[in-house]
Design a protein around this ligand. Structure first.
Ligand code: ATP
Length: 322
């Protein structure tokens, strides 16, 4: 048994992309990308407990979109726990419970956040004592966005997005997230991007934060940041989901500082100056019906970290299968 007892709760942030530049395909069929991520205050929560009877790995999922999340060995939290057990040479025994906040297949890397949270939760539960850097290395084997959810803050991702370098900046930013009921498949959005790009030369990528974005982040000026948000996948996401353009247009009508489809979409992140403008925009988006759900968040948020378990009541169990 670990020093943490028989139950560990970890929260890991979802992300938005402040910039996403897509380059050429590599020899394995992956696009080279340069991405600037910002972690936002939308947290996936993973609880890892010692399983009754000590048998293997299991997972339950609850929260929005839980029905679309696999419960078998393909669940990213299970894959994370299995990988950690293998590398640390400990038995893979944990009951994992995921409480989702990020939309499933929403371009916010919620599944990667679950993997990041599971890595840290199992590390603490099993007392394997890996350093954060070692967890980040394991995370890179699981998926390109897992390392970032461990690191949090604002960071540059290069390669397939899996090499993560923190970016210096100041200020807290207010975002309104327009969510869609149905997710978009990341491979489908890349395929649409390739279709739209056909015949044009691949974009040359510099493995660094775009200069205007670096300046904006250093200044902490939200209006400046809003002016340089960019996403090479936005046209592809809008081509597959034309209603996203209505969300972007509504944001413009309301004078947002900037807006962008997050990752491969369909979540749209709209930047506003303060919390009262966030509330106003959230009300307008909800009333218009262009978004199925709306969240107000701030960024940058910290990376995966342990939190205190909330006491459970026998009448209101905090852990349950979906
Ligand atoms: P990205 O932007 O990294 O592609 P995303 O936010 O668009 O991610 P996710 O919600 O992270 O998408 O997951 C995409 C797919 O991964 C889901 O459709 C689901 O089938 C699968 N998946 C596996 N494990 C999980 C998990 N724990 N949570 C969510 N999805 C998972």
């Amino acid at each position: 048994m670990s020093a943490s007892g028989d139950r560990v709760v970890v929260r890991a942030p979802a992300k938005i992309n402040l910039a996403l530049r897509v380059g050429a395909l590599d020899e394995h069929g992956y696009h080279d990308v340069v991405s600037v991520y910002q972690a936002v205050s939308l947290f996936e929560e993973v609880t890892a407990s010692v399983p009754e009877g000590g048998a293997g790995l299991s997972v339950t999922v609850r929260g929005p979109g839980a029905a679309g999340v696999p419960l078998d060995g393909t669940n990213l939290a299970i894959r994370a726990a299995r990988l950690l057990a293998e590398r640390a040479g400990v038995p893979a025994e944990a009951a994992l419970s995921i409480r989702k906040a990020a939309p499933v297949a929403g371009g916010m890397a919620g599944g990667s956040a679950d993997a990041a949270a599971a890595l840290l939760a199992c590390d603490l539960l099993w007392g394997t004592g890996l350093t954060r850097d070692e967890l980040v290395e394991l995370g890179a084997e699981l998926g390109s966005d897992v390392p970032f959810s461990l690191v949090g803050g604002t960071a540059l991702g290069t390669g397939r997005g899996d090499r993560v370098t923190p970016v210096l900046g100041r200020g807290d930013y207010h975002w309104v997230l327009a969510l869609a009921t149905d997710g978009l498949s990341t491979p489908a959005v890349y395929a649409e991007h390739d279709r739209l790009q056909a015949g044009r030369p691949a974009r040359e990528l510099e493995p660094q934060v775009p200069a205007d974005l670096a300046h904006a982040l250093r200044s902490g000026d939200a209006a400046r940041l809003g002016a340089c948000l960019e996403n090479d996948l936005q046209d592809a996401a809008c081509s597959l989901r034309p209603e996203l353009r209505r969300v972007l247009a509504l944001g413009e009508d309301h004078g947002v500082l900037g807006s962008t489809v997050s990752g491969s979409g369909p979540t749209v992140a709209l930047l506003v100056p303060d919390s009262s403008s966030a509330l106003e925009l959230a009300v307008a988006l909800t009333a218009s019906g262009v978004a199925s759900d709306v969240r107000r968040v701030t960024g940058p948020a910290p990376g995966a970290r342990q939190v205190e378990p909330v006491a459970t009541s026998p009448h209101h169990p905090s852990q349950q299968s979906r």
